[in-house]
Design a protein around this ligand. Structure first.
Ligand SMILES: *[C@@H]1O[C@H](CO)[C@@H](O)[C@H](O)[C@H]1NC(C)=O
Length: 516
């Protein structure tokens, strides 16, 4: 009996635990923060015994067990010019912003497919059990999953919003889910809801008219198949979002959308000795300043840079500034470093505030470690990240175009001397860390779930089989409206007839009376 039980257990274990799967990652965006998300997941899977292959622009210098890069590093050079213009992006209106993003996405998709290493992999005859793709304006890439006859999981660098929710037909009502580019909070007045509604429509229309046709072409060009891109795209198994209710709004999610925001944060590592000593010795506290990995501080205009330095010079805390160039003269409380381990610095108890561009990863790391934020949003999702953070009471905002010595001084004073920001961020940090599974473990669980259940079609929403007007009930509203109008007309005609008949009688009756 006992032996039978052991055999049974072993059987269950062998069939239900995905022992060693072959997993392909496609993380082609030439931006380290995007890549970092995929790498964290890929490395974890490799450590747990899976065979991981990863298409990305940042190949490892030292080999990792069970892990193999397919390098597309040439893509970085192409992107470098584009990055220089990022500081100018805050001047773009919503239409230009959407079109710019779609165009960038299309170029990156082509570049990825054209790459000779990618072509070699596609022709190699290798097989994979699942393909995990960063979905960021590159829908044609799901063809790679189709090519390898493997289910596809997509990872979005942000929350489930208009740039990705269509893939799984996830409901995102524009009445209370603000669009990424709107800059609204979840509580919108009538006028804001109108605008938000229009933003969604605009996004859908621009996507369908200008972006998707090109993606469909790219798909057809690189994959010889009778299927259309839509057949493959609207068959994606699962989406991971880099979001969590501790930092994002509570919004609807289908069962195949899993929030794993915070999964990229590693337990704090030991700091370099000099940095450790600097942080330990700063008894008045430290303000960390970094504009992230895409926006280079050296691209700042000199007058803006001087204004920032003056504002920093006035506070009693030490300031640690990640700046990629040498600075000629800095106030004595400002220390400039070309690179620093941001997560590990944020983990130090003496860090009192984080002056940041409001990039999502920076926001998550600050909340994880309970550090309040001065947000200087520049482009893309940064504004909405910082607005949500301010709305949740742990950030103050200085929009980049308004950055001046006075504004920054005010913001620093507020964040350093009003205790409510610190209390709120600590509370958010407790929420972020209070979950049934660590987010990285949840990610692994769901990847293995998709492999075990061959694409997990049970998770797919029937909403995907409807046309957009059916999903939004527009056809039914139109039919019901028509029926109501027709009924009203019939009703009206009948009433008119009846009344007409009555009046006729009334009119004729007295007449006959009189006549009598
Ligand atoms: C859709 O996914 C399922 C698994 O979830 C798979 O069996 C099927 O072949 C896929 N269909 C297409 C058209 O890719």
């Amino acid at each position: 009996m006992k032996r039978c039980f052991v055999v049974l257990l072993l059987f269950v274990f062998l069939t239900w635990n995905v022992q060693c799967a072959r997993i392909l990652f496609v993380f082609p965006i030439p931006s380290y923060s995007h890549y970092q998300l995929g790498f964290r997941m890929a490395k974890e899977l490799a450590e747990r015994g899976h065979q991981v292959t990863s298409i990305n622009p940042y190949p490892q210098k030292t080999p990792i067990k069970n892990y193999k890069d397919v390098s597309i590093e040439e893509i970085e050079a192409f992107f470098e010019d584009l990055k220089k213009n990022l500081f100018g992006m805050n001047t773009l209106g919503p239409v230009d912003n959407i079109r710019y993003l779609f165009k960038m996405g299309t170029n990156l998709t082509e570049y990825t497919f054209k790459n000779k290493n990618v072509q070699k992999l596609l022709q190699s005859g290798e097989t994979f059990d699942v393909v995990i793709i960063e979905h960021f304006l590159n829908d044609a890439l799901v063809g790679i999953g189709h090519h390898f006859k493997a289910p596809v999981i997509i990872v979005t660098p942000g929350a489930s919003k208009e740039l990705n929710s269509y893939v799984l037909a996830n409901p995102a009502p524009s009445s209370y889910v603000p669009s990424v580019l709107s800059g609204f909070t979840k509580h919108m007045n009538f006028w804001q809801r109108t605008q938000n509604f229009l933003f969604y429509i605009l996004n859908d229309v621009v996507r369908e008219l200008t972006y998707m046709p090109v993606q469909r072409e790219i798909f057809k060009k690189y994959f010889k198949t009778d299927l259309e891109l839509d057949d493959v795209l609207y068959n994606v198994s699962l989406m991971f979002t880099n979001s969590h209710v501790s930092i994002n709004d509570a919004i609807p999610h289908l069962p195949n959308i899993i929030e794993i925001g915070g999964f990229h944060v590693n337990p704090p590592k030991k700091l370099p000795d000099d940095l450790q000593k600097y942080l330990d010795d700063s008894k008045d506290g430290v303000v960390l300043f970094s504009m992230g990995s895409n926006l280079k501080s050296k691209d700042l205009k000199p007058e803006v840079r001087d204004a920032i330095l003056k504002a920093f010079g006035k506070i009693k805390q030490q300031v640690l500034w990640k700046f990629e160039a040498d600075l000629p003269s800095t106030p004595k409380n400002v220390k400039v470093m070309k690179w620093l381990p941001q997560q590990d610095v944020l983990a130090h108890p003496n860090v009192r505030a984080f002056v940041s561009h409001g990039g999502l990863l920076s926001n998550i790391e600050a909340v994880y470690h309970g550090v309040p934020i001065v947000g200087i949003p520049v482009f893309g999702d940064q504004k909405s990240n910082v607005i949500t953070a301010a709305n949740n009471g742990y950030a103050v905002i200085v929009p980049f175009p308004e950055l001046s010595e006075e504004k920054l001084s005010w913001a620093l004073n507020e964040i350093l001397n009003n205790p409510k920001y610190r209390e709120n961020v600590k509370q958010r940090s407790r929420i972020m860390n209070d979950r049934p599974l660590k987010p990285i473990d949840a990610a692994i669980y769901w990847i293995e779930h998709v492999i075990r259940h061959e694409g997990a079609p049970h998770l797919r929403s029937a909403g995907l089989d409807l046309k957009w007007y059916q999903r939004e009930m527009i056809d039914i509203v139109i039919v019901l409206t028509l029926v109501t109008v027709v009924l009203f007309i019939i009703f009206y005609i009948i009433i008119k007839r009846i009344l007409g008949m009555c009046f006729k009688k009334e009119l004729t009756v007295p007449k006959t009376k009189k006549n009598r």
